[in-house]
Design a binder for this molecule. Sequence first.
Ligand code: NIG
Ligand code: FE
Length: 404
Amino acid sequence: MHFDRLWRGGRLATLAPGREELGLVENGALGCVDGKISWVGNSDDLPPGYSAGQEIDLEGRLVTPGLIDCHTHLVFAGDRADEFEMRLRGETYETIAESGGGILSTVRNTRVATQAELTTGALDRLDRLIAEGVTTVEVKSGYGLTLDDELKMLRAARGLERERSVSIVTSLLAAHTVPPEYRDNRSAYVDLICEDILPAAAAEGLADAVDAFCETSAFTPAEVRRVFEAARAHRLPLRLHADQRSAGGGAALAAEFGALSADHLERTDAAGARAMAAVGTVAVLLPGAYYALRDKDLPPIGLFREAGVGLAVATDCNPGSSPLTSLLTAMNLAVILFDLTVDEALAGVTREAARAVGRFDSIGSLEVGKACDLAVWDATRPVELVYWMGRNPLHSRVFQGVPA
Ligand code: NIG
Ligand code: FE
């Protein structure tokens, strides 16, 4: 047996389903051919007479699948530091939004930015994720809210793959908020999404999924339904910002449409959790937004566990509710604030995150046939990834079989 590259002598957290917890393999070896994993197991069981183009001694280090940030708004222009200060002085996310700030303030900046400017800004944030062993990032549109500006955002997102060794998964989030020019004619904006923006994004292959913000300050369940029907007609998978600021039945709506994920979920009830479990919709937990908005209502983790809902963890990196560029910090916040276990937090940025972006067939665990995306840590125990705040124990990173 020949490997292009072989790593041996490490502690592998394979995250392979069917194995206990993290699927740990001690003294593990992992072989790669053509960018894909071709062998995983104990180093002592390597096939006799194997050969390898390069052999790398892991020296006992922990190896995990490359991390996946499955919910970000990485592409945007400007920042909202002034609004952050307003919130520190007691204003709320909602009152700021009502007075034309919030998401709309980032929309104004993003509309006047060129695609190249959006790329430059996104690369700064992407590099911080990559430095922590992230190999796949989901990126949403949603700060353009016109045909041209939504496509510009998605093209900028897609283009990041050409700039760095990373996989990008895109979501069209034209249903993020109603733009000012449609304030008195909301249904015409939903028409624009369904009849123009979504078909154009689909035709250009720019959207891997369609997302929406189901919220009293954004879109009603009936409006989200229309967007979801249109997405379905284009065979695009669905995601939903659900039950974040108000309980609107978002989790159940996402489940009704068989969405890949429902995200945020601070105000989801038991019926919503059961509906998600029944169809395998993953709960994407975003503790950065919970923390930065000083929310008090916790997502119902116990209900999700009881029902058997998969739990993913992401940064929600955005200039407003979650100015967070560290997935390791999101894991720390998830265990401290949301009571996740260390194993759940690690599964949440690998296996469950892969499910949330609809790619568990190719990433998210160390299994034969999957992309050889690895994070090698200067650590031996998984808890070390979650325990430090602001310390990055990444030793090295491998993207599609190549150290990068
Ligand atoms: O995921 N909830 C809606 N969208 C973002 C916030 C975006 C913003 O405030 O700019 C979120 O938290
Ligand atoms: Fe979000």
